[in-house]
Design a protein around this ligand. Structure first.
Ligand code: ACM
Ligand code: ZN
Length: 503
């Protein structure tokens, strides 16, 4: 009985497996026997969806050996990661049987390399963490107004003119008037990824069953593109170039030539079935007065500049589709019309995802309310400057991606986003990610009915110790405030009790 209890206590895996049966004793031999695609396991997982079967595994830890069953090498890999986490404890493995499979197809993390460029070693280190947590999509935000980070041979000035800037962090750059610089200049900070480096990242991730989805932003968040190639900017009705504009000109053919040239090279580097094309927060301010935009509107019979955003997104989607890929875009793209094939990424809360699902679109949920890990994880007074609301570990753990009114079959999954305006260093990025990424991994992989915060918190504390031992810089759970521990999102009004019941 005591041994049984002990082995229950010792199950140290995040995300929590779908099924877990403890057994007597511990494993004393490091002998692993792998059984791939055998009839017995096929029968075990026959009722699961095909994507779940692909990653499913059974791990049986016996006193004399460990048995891994799976249908595919990917399933075997997931089993080995469970084993790796159990071994991080440094104690003999408790005997048990684990049968496990993912809840969602898309279990993602987005890293913003534009606002702060962090480099190959950082990315590979986070890929290792993702693999341990059974995450399977790394979304790289490779360009934005604060810098272009990917080598493009047909448009070399994108990196030559905007991958280095004056201002070591985003706000210093902003305060200095958004000035770019060039590699090697004494005041220059930043950098970019060569194609070889990105291919190395793609390969490193693929070996860990992680797909890298590149994002090329358009038509907003694109100041740097217009800085490097002013021909993609709007002009005023009197013919002046709109220098410093946030949006590309959807009236100009040169915009499409550039975007298609860029995407051709991007698709050559990234074999991902999905290409993220941004689509968020276009201001559309220069489009009203621009002769090329006005001419496009007249030709297409548009009455509102917003329709130009739809035009650009649909035309680019067509291009991407002709190359055998599908687009993902931020939830704005649904509002201006996009094909049924497009995947909508909900970020302005959950409404975009709900609307997309109602419109029959597949969705990835990354609502800023729950999945923005650049938001505060604890009290403003004790944390480094961040943005947004409080997204504590408990609050993010409580997120349920399939909201009322959504078709579960259309929810591809969920994703954490780490925007880096306030996050200038790799160490700071890790501090914001861990342990919150543990919570996202459990929501994304484990059956909803297996989630329970108190037990998760215990596992998270221990895994966090292991992460620190592995060299990750993390948030300090021992120093978490009562408010964060209570799971409340906002600062409560005076007099509202804060209840801490997480242990
Ligand atoms: C976003 O946070 N603007 C997608
Ligand atoms: Zn224009």
């Amino acid at each position: 009985m005591i041994a049984l209890l002990l082995s229950c206590l010792l199950l140290q895996i995040i995300p929590i497996p779908a099924e877990y049966t403890p057994a007597q004793g511990v494993c004393t031999r490091d002998k692993i026997c792998v059984k791939l695609n055998k009839c017995a396991f096929k029968r075990t997982v026959a009722a699961l969806e095909p994507f779940q079967q692909q990653e499913a595994y059974r791990l049986t830890v016996k006193p004399g050996r460990i048995v891994i069953e799976a249908l595919t090498p990917e399933g075997e890999f997931r089993a080995r990661k469970s084993l790796e986490q159990m071994r991080l404890e440094g104690t003999p493995l408790p005997c048990c049987t684990i049968t496990d499979w993912p809840r969602f197809k898309h279990r993602g993390l987005m890293l913003d390399e534009s606002r702060s460029f962090k480099g190959v070693e950082f990315i590979k280190k986070q890929i290792d963490a993702m693999a341990l947590l059974k995450l399977n999509v790394l979304h790289l935000h490779l360009d934005d107004s604060a810098g272009w980070r990917i080598q493009i041979d047909s448009y070399p000035d994108l990196t030559a003119k905007t991958a280095w800037r004056i201002g070591w962090d985003y706000f210093a750059w902003e305060k200095g008037g958004y000035k770019f610089s060039t590699q090697g200049s004494p005041e220059a900070t930043g950098g970019c990824y060569s194609k070889a480096e990105l291919k190395e990242i793609v390969e490193y991730a693929a070996q860990r069953y992680i797909t890298v989805i590149p994002e090329i932003e358009m038509p907003g968040h694109s100041m740097e593109v217009g800085y490097a190639y002013p021909e993609v900017l709007c002009t005023t009705s009197s013919g002046l170039s709109c220098r410093g504009a946030w949006d590309l000109c959807p009236g100009s053919e040169e915009t499409f030539t550039l975007l298609e040239g860029v995407l051709t090279e991007v698709m050559d580097i990234f074999p991902s079935p999905f290409i993220h094309i941004g689509g968020d927060e276009a201001t559309m301010t220069t489009w009203h007065d621009c002769p090329k935009c006005r001419a496009r509107m007249a030709r297409e019979g548009y009455t509102d500049v917003k329709q130009l955003q739809g035009y650009l997104i649909r035309r680019i989607e067509d291009f991407v589709r002709r190359h055998g890929r599908r687009i993902i875009g931020w939830d704005e793209i649904l509002e201006t019309g996009v094909s049924p094939d497009a995947v909508i990424q909900s970020w302005r809360g959950t409404a975009g995802g709900v609307n997309a699902s109602k419109a029959g679109r597949e969705v990835v949920m990354s609502p800023n309310t729950h999945c923005y890990y650049n938001y505060y994880q604890d009290l403003i007074r004790k944390e480094p400057a961040a943005c947004g609301e409080l997204v504590s570990l408990r609050f993010t753990y409580g997120y349920e991606p399939v909201a009322d009114g959504m078709d579960p079959a259309l929810v591809r999954g969920l994703q954490a986003n780490l925007w880096c305006e306030y996050i200038p260093t790799p160490e700071h990025a890790e501090y914001m990610l861990y342990p919150r990424l543990f919570a996202l991994a459990e929501t994304a992989w484990s059956p909803a009915g297996r989630k329970e915060y108190k037990a998760f918190r215990k596992r998270a504390r221990r895994l966090l110790d292991s992460f620190r031992a592995l060299g990750y810089k993390t948030f300090d759970m021992d120093n978490e405030s009562d408010l964060a521990r209570s799971g409340m999102q906002r600062f409560p009004p005076e007099g509202v009790p804060i209840i801490v019941d997480d242990e």
